[in-house]
Design a protein around this ligand. Structure first.
Ligand code: 8X3
Length: 257
């Protein structure tokens, strides 16, 4: 397999869930890390743990990933030893609400589009010029089964993930014939803070999502991210749809009560 030790990996949404699990996996491979999230204290605690366990260099940036101007400035503002980002994982994303179309909260729809689409586009726009110059790099997008399938209650979230999915496909076309690889990871039901955020802190509703199924864990998705990142250079894992074993579609969940 392809050696990624020493390469710099930038991960957004790194303070929890899939982003955090990816940070641990890349650190275990000896990668340098740029970790981005809003919650500075959690980022710092994570960075300290990673440095201690794996003796890797970690740089944290506490920012709101919806700040497109800050994203554009980021490549030149990173400390020099972190500037050559080889693997970009613009993972930050969220769902807000499960309202039907006629009851959508437009502020929530905007937040999802800003985070799941515009921010992903902006990070990719900011970090790919250097990849093109070096003719090397790997974009690993955190899509979703909601990026390939729409469902009731997903009128806000599913279009955002479909847009992000289309962006990943377009990027793959733009970089065909280069050494820049584009991977779209499409997770199904993963037990993270995702449902607590979607249900705005309603623990009962959030827990019900994973009740009676054996959901995926963040590490399961990080495993797949690492798999894609460590394939030989002539192998481009284009997309990986990763479901829980008790799951056949976004809402096709076999509940064992
Ligand atoms: C999260 C998976 O099924 O809740 O992206 O849309 S789902």
């Amino acid at each position: 397999p392809y050696k990624i030790a020493g390469q710099t990996v930038l991960i957004t949404g790194a303070s929890a869930g899939i982003g955090e699990a990816c940070a641990w996996r890349f650190a275990a491979e000896g990668c340098k890390l740029v970790l981005i999230a809003r919650r500075q204290e959690r980022l710092e605690a994570l960075a300290a743990g990673l440095r201690q366990h794996y003796n890797v260099a970690v740089h944290t940036v506490a920012m709101d990933v919806r700040d497109l101007d800050a994203i554009a400035r980021l490549p030149e503002e990173l400390p020099e030893e972190f500037q050559e980002v080889s693997i970009l994982v613009p993972n930050a994303g969220l769902a807000l609400g499960v309202e039907a179309v006629h009851q959508l909260r437009m502020e929530d729809v905007r937040t999802m589009l800003d985070t799941n689409v515009l921010s992903v586009v902006a990070f990719t726009r900011a970090f790919t010029p250097a990849m093109v110059q070096r003719n090397a790099g790997h974009l690993i997008f955190m899509s979703s089964i909601a990026g390939v399938e729409a469902y009731a209650g997903g009128a806000g979230y599913c279009p955002s993930k479909h847009a992000a999915e289309a962006f990943a496909v377009a990027a793959r076309h733009d970089f065909v014939g280069t050494n820049i690889r584009c991977t779209s990871i499409q997770p199904g039901a993963v037990k993270t803070e995702f449902s607590m955020v979607r249900y705005k802190g309603d623990e009962a509703k959030a827990d019900a999502v994973y009740q009676g199924i054996h959901p995926l864990l963040a590490q399961d998705i990080a495993d797949n991210v690492l798999y894609a990142a460590t394939r030989p250079l002539h192998v481009q894992v284009a997309s990986l749809l990763v479901l829980a074993s008790h799951q056949s579609s976004a809402k096709g969940l076999a509940r064992v009560v």
